[in-house]
Design a protein around this ligand. Structure first.
Ligand SMILES: *[C@@H]1O[C@H](CO)[C@@H](O)[C@H](O)[C@H]1NC(C)=O
Ligand SMILES: *[C@@H]1O[C@H](CO)[C@@H](O)[C@H](O)[C@H]1NC(C)=O
Ligand SMILES: *[C@@H]1O[C@H](CO)[C@@H](O)[C@H](O)[C@H]1NC(C)=O
Ligand SMILES: *[C@@H]1O[C@H](CO)[C@@H](O)[C@H](O)[C@H]1NC(C)=O
Length: 261
């Protein structure tokens, strides 16, 4: 890919999209934290743009070189030989229900729905920028033009649940097909205490590793949910309606097997 293409697709679009996205900045209970997360992102972005200006060579967008930021004690590593297939930023809601007749009931998870944005090149080229995206993105809505706030990323697909325990990731679109992934939760760990909170101060949902089940294509074998922001339910159902959504953002890493498995 041309240097200018990389620069425009991964960096410059971001800057030019910023003014229009002001309108979609969400109200939040902790404005100073929101501002900090959003400015962390823009400071990193500014560094990249400055760095890109002084380089005369295009950085290669080689997805297979992207390194997922997980400590081995947090979640089991991808199986030997598994390669990065796709990296997506997810932005949507975690859904919950409450038994409103029971004052001590706790919210029950009812799946999630999110738009997925292609972050494969950012993962390969600017891993620190990628990690800052969820904390920024949770403060913006996906608008009608399918823009994720100020991040100039292309839609890569949609995440939804087939039933309460079966997440699906449809990674196809009008001009691409990165496959269909149907998963099953295998492992989970609490998000780091430093993880970005949601609009109402909700804790970041756990980091996860999913195994694949029937219906998955393109030899995808594992999916990780990392760098989560927001999405957790309140501890109890006190004051909650029968069903509600909590905004979240995250990064999903899709791994494919080396050979047919
Ligand atoms: C979109 O995803 C595909 C598959 O992971 C990747 O090859 C491509 O480089 C990505 N494009 C960008 C702009 O990240
Ligand atoms: C109310 O919710 C609590 C916590 O989940 C549970 O232990 C209890 O059995 C529930 N009571 C009724 C009547 O469903
Ligand atoms: C979650 O909530 C969204 C927004 O109301 C809704 O569109 C979606 O169907 C819900 N998904 C599930 C699995 O309940
Ligand atoms: C991860 O999940 C797999 C599949 O459920 C399980 O066999 C394995 O023991 C888990 N590993 C850890 C460290 O929890």
């Amino acid at each position: 890919m041309q240097f200018s293409t990389i620069l425009f697709s991964t960096l410059a679009v971001v800057a030019s999209a910023a003014p229009t996205s002001r309108a979609s900045f969400r109200e939040t209970t902790d404005a100073s934290d929101a501002l900090e997360k959003v400015s962390d992102y823009f400071n990193l972005l500014a560094n990249k743009v400055q760095f890109a200006r002084i380089m005369d060579q295009a950085p290669a967008c080689d997805v297979s070189r992207a390194q997922m930021p997980i400590a081995p004690e947090a979640l089991p590593a991808p199986a030997a030989g598994h390669r990065v297939h796709h990296v997506a930023v997810g932005r949507g809601t975690q859904n919950y229900t409450c038994d409103t007749s029971n004052s001590t009931a706790v919210p029950a998870a009812q799946g999630a729905v999110a738009v997925l944005f292609n972050a494969s090149c950012i993962a390969a080229l600017y891993p620190d920028l990628l990690q800052a995206i969820p904390g920024m993105a949770v403060h913006f809505t996906v608008d009608e033009a399918q823009q994720l706030g100020p991040a100039g990323l292309q839609v890569s697909g949609h995440h939804y649940f087939i039933d309460n325990t079966t997440p699906a990731f449809d990674l196809s679109g009008p001009d691409h097909d990165f496959g269909m992934y149907i998963g099953k939760k295998a492992n989970g760990t609490d998000a780091p205490t430093t993880a970005a909170v949601g609009l109402g101060g909700e804790k970041a949902v756990p980091w996860l590793r999913l195994g694949s089940i029937e219906g998955t294509t393109q030899n995808m074998q594992e999916v990780y949910r990392v760098n989560t922001a927001g999405g957790s339910a309140p501890a109890t159902c006190a004051g909650q309606p029968e069903s509600f959504q909590i905004e979240y953002a995250t990064v999903y890493w899709f791994f494919e097997g080396a050979d047919e498995e």
